[in-house]
Design a protein around this ligand. Sequence first.
Ligand SMILES: [Zn+2]
Length: 519
Amino acid sequence: MTGLAPLLDSHDLVAPLDQNEAELVARDLAAAGGLAVYAKSIAARDGLVYFLGKDGLEKRLCIVGKTLPEAFDGEVKECPHGLLKICPRTPANAVALRRALPFTAPIVASDRPSIGTGDRLGLATPGHVRAVRGTGLVPILAQQSMREMSRTGRSPQEVMDDATWGVFEEGYRDGFGADADHLKTTEDIGTTFGAGFRMFTVDPGEYVDNAAGTDSLAALRAKLAELPWAELETTAEATLAVFAGKSFEAGIGLDLDFSEEDILRAAVKYGRAVAHTKTLCRHLSGLAEGRPFDMEMSVDETDSPTTVHEHFYVAHELDRLGVGIAGLAPRFVGDFEKGIDYKGDLETFEASFVRHVKIAKHFGGYKISIHSGSDKFSIYPIAAKHAGPLAHVKTAGTSYLEALRTVGRVDAELFREILSFAFERYDEDKASYHVSAKPETLPRPDELKDEELASILDINDGRQLLHVTYGSVLTARDEKGEYRFRDRIYKALRENEETHYDIVAAHLRKHAAPFAATL
Ligand SMILES: [Zn+2]
């Protein structure tokens, strides 16, 4: 097949064009529409050809055909191939595109190996796609927590739509996921469900009793009696009878013995969290009305590591309550600081990780989700070896840092200003993050030559300094109320998008490779 005409005659979604064909068609389309054409975006269906065009820094959805669909809002003009509709990238047009080209809508990926590639700026999707294409991993491209969205000033709908447009631009047809991360309330679930997310990570961390690890037995017994037993649909006595003095081998070589103390600590620590997870799951099921979704439970942002006994208790109770989970994010041993490698003893991590995986396999084979997964290079081989396709790593901050690296390459002055601002903001901004950077050990912006600036991202302390200040950087305004950096960052990245995509892809590939190697 060559040229545009055969594409317009095709009724099915044809396979992606090879590069030469795409270039030929793109030239034809560019001549017809007066726009530059993203060749990889060209897709044909039902006698229509869809592509992404570019007019300066603005990207537009374009549709060519003899008769055009009503569902899209845009300007129609005549072209040699019939009619051409040029549509702005509005939320309504994103909805219409997801219906017209289903590969631009997220899938439920619980039965496929996956990797989370959160995109704080909304520009990184083509880079993420380049990193995972052909690896067998499903990228979870729209993945932001409620906290990230409030810090970047983006809505769940924008996060969803940016992933759709990026997938369309890059012509990625192998399926991607959309994970609404760290949801704490039924309202969080409602807004993200409405925006089209299909994976929901519920965070009952506020219901975890971190004192349970050190409470006296008397205190634990008193707390056990106070758990929300009606919601848990059982009693304290029945729970003790199920676990205390029992051994769970379950054919998976777990050999897990529960003493009375073990179950007391586990139930007191996580009982309320189990009840809250059930509440959120029931709410989600009500919204979904039978449509599939994935639910992950995350307790990674709590004070003390999730022991094997605690994980077993949580999984057992969710199973008993009929709450199906696609993944669980324990709080692992060691330190998962933001934006840098794992800190801790790898043998201890491996020993506990193996047991977490065994429990996940026993209770239906859900994924073990590794949050704060950016740049944890030393544990990826361990996670890949023991969990294989059940390992799920979530990254987000690292792509923001690679976007800043791009800024450092193409606009040194802007990077220098951002870096200076980050030094001012760090002490305050680090409060809600797990980091240990000591910025005083870093070179100051005025000590670095332009070409040395981005090398600050190769130092752990520099990565953390720039990692935790993203919200301040993206929302800072000057005395006139204009953004100080945000618009300039976006402009620099849009003007240099191929450089940005390639830098992000090169870095993310290092995250994906150990897992892809096991598939
Ligand atoms: Zn997390």
